[in-house]
Design a protein around this ligand. Structure first.
Ligand code: CA
Ligand code: CA
Length: 459
């Protein structure tokens, strides 16, 4: 049963937003906000959100004078619009009659505007311009924050889940709106992580072998590893898995050994121009906790051409950092994306989404730490939290850290230190570093191989 309203509506989302925009730009701010309220009130949530995004994108851009007037006239409405510029909510979209689907009953043009309005608020200027071109498509990725250790519950960890959406937005030669929505994954999986360990003979994707014997890091015990992928960027001798950071990335045609069932080798990878254009388009999980956050030292790195869009498998997303699409949707995705054989560049707008684990990470890391269910290794930590540990500090966390260091439980100490870094990065680290000698050093394979070595503290 689909719990959402599926009654068709005849609203023209773009035209309705344009009427509001025109009122606001003419200085009729109150009338404009009233009109926005009126056209949206009988529509379902996804439609109201799209209206807000179109209006916000048009009138709240930096330097638009109507933005100041709007704030002065109606602070509440202006705040709502500001919110519409932020990460969007992922529409609930299931394909079969039994799945919940917020888009059921909408026309293709209406669905197009639900997603195209996201490109308007989250894409760069090239992406927004490309949306207006006939016979041309733009790609949109909606990312839910997911641990690299996630699996659909098959007893293994780190095979990935298709919990993101990849959307192809395009116009036909005569301007008709077209949309294709695919299940996708925008993050890598722990099966490619160096943190999953090595038997002394595990392959790197480059062809060499990891000849050290390395125990799996906590949380990685149930990972059945594949080749080690990633780059070593923080000096701890362990390769670090990467993902595309949110933003607009220009893609061009590539090939990939997709599963044979999808019937095509076609794929996409960043264009050569894109790789020189912007710094910092890749995030790396350097602390190996399965997430990409400000707690990862040296976690922001340059883009390279390995970050492709290709098909995953049915029971495994096969992602070592690529955007992968469910094989059931892949052929449809490629056909929609390559509808015009003359198109050679695709703007790919990747955005974080509202309601995810870390959507508040910029404004308050406390909330991220609070809501993070976390990989399995955090369980012990939470249980330990309930136990009062005596020590020289007022902060119970510092006392637990101190105790863990003194008794040689390096991994536990690391995790506690990581917790500090999440909640309160700088002050907590200074306190922790001051509390314990010797000098902080990065966590490494050596540290795991020598459990009684020097305590390590991840900055
Ligand atoms: Ca590393
Ligand atoms: Ca991390």
């Amino acid at each position: 049963m689909n719990p959402y309203d599926a009654v068709p509506t005849d609203i023209d989302i773009r035209a309705s937003a344009d009427r509001v925009i025109s009122q606001l730009r003419d200085g009729h701010t109150e009338e404009g906000f009233r009109l926005l309220e009126r056209v949206g009130q009988s529509e379902r949530l996804v439609v109201r959100e799209a209206l807000h995004r179109y209006v916000a994108a048009a009138v709240l851009r930096d330097g638009d004078p109507s933005s100041q007037e709007a704030r002065a006239a109606d602070g509440y409405a202006a705040t709502q619009l500001e919110r519409a510029l932020g990460p969007p909510r992922v529409p609930d979209y299931g394909r079969t009659a039994n799945e919940s689907n917020e888009l059921a009953g909408l026309t293709e043009a209406q669905k197009y505007h639900v997603y195209a309005s996201m490109v308007e608020v989250r894409g760069n200027e090239t992406a927004r311009t490309d949306l207006q071109r006939d016979n041309h498509v733009v790609l949109l990725g909606l990312r839910r924050e997911t641990s690299t250790l996630s699996s659909p519950g098959n007893g293994r960890a780190g095979t990935g889940v298709y919990d993101d959406q990849m959307v192809v937005l395009g116009r036909t030669a005569d301007g008709g709106e077209r949309v294709f929505i695919a299940l996708a994954s925008t993050e890598p999986t722990a099966q490619y992580s160096h943190q999953a360990g090595s038997d002394g003979n595990r392959r790197f994707s480059g062809g060499d072998r990891e000849n050290r014997v390395i125990a799996p890091a906590p949380g990685y015990e149930a990972v059945r590893w594949r080749k080690i992928e990633g780059e070593e960027v923080n000096g701890d001798t362990m390769l670090d898995l990467g993902r595309l950071a949110e933003g607009t990335i220009e893609m061009f045609r590539a090939e990939h050994p997709n599963p044979r069932s999808v019937g095509t080798r076609d794929a996409f990878r960043p264009s050569p121009e894109q790789m020189t254009r912007t710094a910092g388009m890749v995030q790396r999980d350097t602390n190996g906790d399965g997430y990409f956050t400000p707690a990862d030292p040296s976690g922001v790195q340059a883009l390279n051409g390995s970050f492709k869009i290709h098909s995953g498998s049915v029971h495994n997303t096969d992602s070592a950092g690529c955007q992968t699409i469910h094989p059931r949707d892949y052929r449809g995705f490629i056909d929609a994306a390559q509808r015009n054989p003359a198109q050679t560049r695709w703007q790919y707008v990747l955005t974080s989404t509202r309601g995810g684990l870390f959507h508040n990470v910029e404004v308050g890391r406390q909330s991220a730490a609070d809501t993070m269910p976390g990989p399995a290794d955090r369980q012990d930590e939470r249980q330990a939290n309930g136990r009062a540990v005596q020590g020289p500090f007022e902060d119970p966390g510092l006392n637990r850290y101190y105790e863990a260091v003194l008794s040689g439980r390096i991994e536990q100490a690391n995790r506690i230190a990581l917790g500090f870094a999440f909640r309160e990065p700088e002050p907590a680290l200074h306190r922790a570093a001051a509390a314990v000698a010797p000098e902080p050093a990065p966590a490494s394979a050596e540290a795991r191989a020598q459990p009684h070595g020097a305590p390590v503290l991840q900055p």
